[in-house]
Ligand binder design. Structure first.
Ligand code: SF4
Length: 298
């Protein structure tokens, strides 16, 4: 991985590789909203394509790599985070983003999601939450509502959905937000903030799947909790954030969509920073040593 670090204005089109997502994503898919917001966020944070690495899991969301011009790694199911963590530890100068669906991040890779938050790795994780497995044709996922009927649960799911915001707060994520594909402006701002955050930033990104989950129409309209008079809470206060997340997660399945910043903690150092502080990792990026024939290893 390299970095140019030129002082210049970044254009969002620099992140467009010339491959069209229409080739594989269905018309009306929320994944288009994530891609658009992600590309729009990059000029805001001033990153060149070669300063960014995007790691994805398996699913419709995993194709994000193909449509976003940066370094990238399409990993196996649920494993984007450990690969992303390794890249960030090897080269802290790299802007690391991981992405996957709700099945990938909250089911198959759920363990990695918890522990990456616990360790506060400095990266942004975007979870495309459409409440089903889309690529494999609409099976029940960890965020499908109780009673949801699918090919795998034809009598309706007997399972309560996972609560990813609360889970990630308890796990130790230091930036947690929910946004929606129907709101690209808010999504762009949240992605830019998450990228600039030093630590693990978790974005639960509500995406509609009109092909396999037509019932989930409740993604519109939504309420931005930072813009609403009904909600007055301090995003840096853990107890208040927990209460806001509880309301957000309960109301989602009652048909009310609340979005916005849920929790932001700026004081805690990232995992890589802690390792450097205790002398477990050198100050210079490990990636530079790999290519230095004279480097000394202890
Ligand atoms: Fe999007 Fe669903 Fe189509 Fe996958 S199956 S591309 S999630 S609409």
């Amino acid at each position: 991985f390299s970095a140019i670090n030129e002082e210049r204005e970044i254009e969002r089109d620099e992140f467009t590789p010339g491959i069209e997502p229409q080739a594989t994503w269905c018309p009306g898919c929320g994944d288009f909203g994530v891609l658009k917001a992600l590309k729009q966020a990059m000029p805001e944070v001033g990153k060149n394509p070669d300063e960014v690495a995007l790691f994805t899991g398996i699913g419709c969301s995993g194709k994000l790599n193909s449509y976003f011009n940066s370094y990238g790694f399409h990993t196996i199911h649920g494993r984007s985070l450990p690969v992303a963590r390794a890249a960030k530890l090897a080269n802290p100068n790299l802007e690391v983003i991981a992405a996957g669906g709700d099945g990938d991040g909250y089911g198959i890779g759920g363990n990695h999601t918890i522990h990456t938050a616990r360790e506060n790795h400095d990266m942004t994780y975007i979870v495309f939450n459409n409440e089903i497995f889309g690529l494999t044709k609409g099976q029940t996922s960890p965020t499908s509502p109780k009673g949801h009927k699918s090919k795998t649960q034809p009598h309706g799911s007997a399972k309560s959905p996972i609560r990813p915001l609360s889970q990630q707060l308890n796990a130790g994520a230091t930036y947690i937000a929910r946004t929606a594909a129907v709101n690209p402006n808010q999504a762009k701002e949240i992605i830019a903030e998450a990228i600039e955050h030093d630590g693990f930033a978790h974005i639960d990104f509500l995406t509609q799947c009109p092909t396999w989950n037509k019932d989930a129409k409740h993604y519109v309209p939504y309420t931005d909790v930072q813009q609403s008079d009904e909600f007055d809470f301090d995003v840096s206060d853990r107890a208040e954030a927990a209460e806001m997340m509880r309301k957000t997660e309960e109301r989602l399945y009652e048909g009310e969509v609340l979005t916005g910043r849920m929790y932001i903690e700026d004081e805690r150092p990232s995992y890589g920073e802690e390792k450097r502080q205790i002398g477990e990792m050198p100050e210079e990026p490990l990636a530079e040593r790999y290519f230095d024939e004279d480097a000394e290893w202890e």
